[in-house]
Write a protein that binds this ligand. Structure first.
Ligand code: ZN
Length: 150
């Protein structure tokens, strides 16, 4: 996948988003979103990063490098292989092997689990799947929802 596409979120996403610091509208330009009050948020691998604080478990730059590594691997691995690869990477604190296996199994069974309760979410014209993980919920609704982002 070309780098230029990775750094370009869908054109209408800004209509859905607000600055998490001040609540103002945001606009996308180049590699970031910016509100009218000057707050800026980068877009990394096509994903807007609206975090206001460092993740205590992984510094932001380490998180970006981890994402870039995963993106490179995604081009040559199946989804299941990529999930397994992800859990070979360091975590802070370290994740016990039995928990790694549990997390892998959880992700790889998402589709069956979501299919079982997706109808309970109701129907609507739009869906914003925040913290979407592998995007399974968005994928399950792509046929029945006219606009979705995750
Ligand atoms: Zn702002």
């Amino acid at each position: 996948m070309a780098q230029s596409r990775l750094n370009r979120p869908r054109a209408d996403l800004a209509e859905w988003l607000r600055c998490p610091r001040c609540g103002a509208d945001v606009a996308h330009a180049h590699d970031r979103y910016r509100c009218g009050n000057g707050h800026e948020f980068p877009v990394v691998l096509g994903i807007p990063d609206f975090r206001l604080y460092e993740d205590p478990l992984i510094p932001r730059e380490d998180d970006y490098r981890k994402g870039e590594r995963l993106q490179r691997e995604a081009e040559r691995r199946s989804f299941a292989e990529l999930v397994a690869f992800y859990w070979t990477l360091p975590t802070y604190p370290p994740t016990a092997p039995d928990m790694r296996e549990r997390f892998i199994r959880h992700v790889l069974t998402d589709e069956q689990r979501i299919a079982a309760w997706a109808d309970e979410l109701g129907r609507g014209d739009a869906l914003l799947d925040v913290g979407c993980g592998a995007g399974v919920l968005s994928a399950s609704r792509s046929d029945s929802t006219s606009a979705f982002a995750g």
